[in-house]
Design a protein around this ligand. Structure first.
Ligand SMILES: Nc1ncnc2c1ncn2[C@@H]1O[C@H](COP(=O)(O)OP(=O)(O)OP(=O)(O)O)[C@@H](O)[C@H]1O
Ligand SMILES: [Mg+2]
Length: 377
């Protein structure tokens, strides 16, 4: 089974909630839709499930157009954002519900319900009613209920938002393990980029009803097509700031108010036509290094100074929050160091070496990347 969306569009009155969305979910693929609140994730999922009519474009399962196919005949299991479990039914009956309505044999139901409950660690709660459960337990009932039956495809709408960090981690693994067994196309919605990054085979970043970019987590992280994607993906977020492109006889420079950086030749040639104009610069925190630990030569052309505001210990070393004073206020910078920066550096001016081979440049107006080919958009 594959799911293909072509120019999928949904309007509510004069608001276009989903605007020409395109993607393909391959056989056995775990595909994640991620984006900020209101960008159209749930609406997209509901169109796939058949719960929302499609105003424009096509939805195919395998190569068959299913725009008009009833939800039931699409044979898709869905976990809803608000879990939608029945308050008057016990946990056992909630989980059994989808099987009963499909007239699955009682002997099969007797076997499958406890299995699904065990997968999500709620097998001790089968007799309870939803009101006797915590939010996290209800969420796991919703997961078990949707996943208990064999469907052609699986849809998840932010299924883990109510779980604490540890349960969420566990539930992610349970969902992925189940997916490994079923190997059915899956569309998983979340607004949490780190969840998307850790779970997706491929993912789509949505914004305002459109898809900004589709790719593997690594592709989106390393080659974001826009400042929006660059900023949305990665924690702490990429550092974005404005600079002017300046050229001298040999080189092209990024002129920020408090420092200048010399672009490597390939980057310089990509933006040669924009010299004299503004550019949005993106530097990932991990591409900033203490000069002596930088894995490249450091000179005056790839270094600037910033004041340490806060040092946060991490598993990798430390995240350091710094500021660079500028005419229009301070520029806030986050740096991810692979070593622990001692606390005595708080409040001090420190040099930061920039890995300019990894710098991202965007058009300040369109926000599109200036370094990726035209085909990448
Ligand atoms: N039934 C509806 N009637 C009118 N507008 C709607 C309806 N459903 C959704 N919308 C609007 O469509 C847009 C997309 O909504 P949707 O629920 O798909 O967003 P979402 O990405 O799932 O957001 P969230 O992360 O908050 O769940 C929003 O602006 C929303 O207000
Ligand atoms: Mg939603």
């Amino acid at each position: 089974m594959t799911i293909t969306a072509t120019r999928l569009t949904k309007r509510f009155g004069d608001k276009t909630a989903v605007d020409g969305v395109e993607f393909e979910v391959g056989e056995g693929e775990f595909f994640v839709l991620v984006g900020p609140s209101g960008c159209g994730k749930t609406t997209t999922l509901r169109m796939i499930a058949g719960l929302e009519s499609i105003d424009d474009g096509e939805l195919r399962m395998n190569s068959v157009v299913v725009n008009e196919t009833r939800p039931r005949d699409r044979d898709i299991a869905m976990v809803f954002q608000d879990y939608a479990i029945f308050p008057h039914l016990s946990v056992r009956e909630n989980i059994a519900y989808g099987l009963r309505s499909r007239r699955v044999a009682t002997s099969v139901i007797k076997q499958k319900v406890p299995e699904a409950a065990a997968t999500f660690r709620i097998d001790h709660l089968l007799r309870r009613k939803p009101r006797q459960l915590s939010g996290g337990e209800r969420q796991r009932v919703a997961l078990a209920r949707a996943l208990v039956r064999d469907a052609q495809a699986y849809l998840y709408d932010e299924p883990l938002s109510n779980l604490d960090a540890q349960l969420r981690h566990q539930a992610r693994e349970d969902i992925l393990a189940l997916h490994q067994r079923q190997r059915k196309p899956t569309v998983y919605v979340t607004h949490d980029q780190s969840e998307a990054m850790s779970m997706a085979d491929r993912m789509a970043v949505m914004r305002g009803g459109r898809i900004e970019q589709v790719g593997t987590p690594r592709e989106l992280y390393e080659n974001p097509v826009s400042a929006f994607v660059a900023f949305f993906i990665g924690t702490p977020s990429i550092n974005l700031f404005e600079a002017t492109l300046r050229a001298d006889a040999d080189d092209v420079w990024l002129e920020a108010p408090a420092f200048s950086l010399r672009l490597p030749p390939t980057t310089a040639s990509a933006v040669a036509g924009r010299v004299g104009g503004p550019v949005t610069v993106g530097i990932r925190p991990e591409d900033l290094h203490p000069p002596r630990q930088a894995p490249f030569d450091v000179g005056e052309h790839n270094k600037f100074t910033a004041r340490v505001e806060l040092i946060e210990p991490t598993t990798a070393g430390s995240t350091v929050y710094l500021t660079v004073p500028g005419p229009e206020g301070d520029l806030d910078i986050a740096a991810g160091f692979t070593a622990r920066l001692p606390d005595r550096f708080a409040g001090e001016q420190v040099p930061l070496a920039v890995d300019l081979g990894k710098v991202h440049l965007f058009d300040p107006v369109t926000e599109r990347s200036l370094l990726l080919g035209a085909g990448a958009a």
